[in-house]
Ligand binder design. Structure first.
Ligand SMILES: O=C([C@H](O)CO)[C@H](O)[C@H](O)COP(=O)(O)O
Length: 210
């Protein structure tokens, strides 16, 4: 099981500062959607250059033009790029085709997918690398968690790796780990702590036991 750090509410220097603190304990660093909106793919490029041994995920949440956008993120240094599960099949297939050419990977974010079971089965057949259940900020504010969705995808996904994101904290991590995702994505559960290094270290210790 791997740990991904999601960076959302910082600029490029702030992102580098946090990764400096926690790099020993994370497998993947995510350049979150808000950073991409503020700073563009330059953020992906700069983080990859600063931390070449880490995989960088570009959380573009692609909804259209999958092939083109995966190409641009891959060229910037991303190893994994996100596409939305609510997108048209052609967008997801285009993203997968381009990722294969670029030797990068596609993660499908299931945020706002209504029928998780049915859509996860369909997407799993499209050759994507990860299927991620996700309770985004707005759902978290409404008290919605994606834990039940994780159990669903664990049951029906056979080919892709499974991942979960959205409001995961040290206190909820053991329950998440027990469900057996391949990848756990944590943002505020690390970046919102006074001692980020300690939080990342404790989380890495837990996910590494599996
Ligand atoms: O994808 C995310 C969100 O939609 C903002 O772009 C976050 O990276 C994801 O939710 C993980 O962050 P936390 O919820 O703070 O753990």
């Amino acid at each position: 099981m791997e740990l991904q750090l999601a960076l959302d509410l910082v600029d490029i220097p702030g992102a580098k500062e946090i990764v400096n603190e926690v790099a020993d304990y994370i497998d993947i660093v995510e350049i979150g959607t808000p950073i991409v909106i503020n700073e563009g793919l330059r953020a992906v490029k700069e983080l990859k250059e600063a931390f070449p041994s880490l995989r960088v995920l570009a959380d573009l949440k692609i909804m259209d033009a999958g092939g083109y956008e995966v190409m641009k993120a891959s060229e910037a240094g991303a190893s994994i790029i996100t596409v939305l599960g609510v997108s048209d099949d052609s967008t997801i297939r285009g993203a997968v085709e381009e990722a294969r050419k670029q030797n990068t990977k596609v993660m499908v974010d299931m945020i706002n997918v209504k029928d998780i079971e049915q859509r996860a089965k369909e997407i799993d057949q499209m050759g994507v690398d990860y299927i991620c259940v996700h309770s985004g900020y707005d759902h978290q504010a409404a008290g919605i968690s994606s834990f039940e969705d994780l159990l669903t995808i664990k049951r029906v996904v056979n080919r892709a790796k499974t991942a979960i994101a959205g409001g995961i904290k040290l206190s909820t991590l053991p329950q998440v780990i027990a469900a057996g995702p391949d990848l756990v994505i944590v943002g505020g559960g690390i970046t919102g702590q006074d001692d980020k290094r300690a939080a990342a270290s404790q989380m890495k210790q837990l996910v590494s036991q599996v």
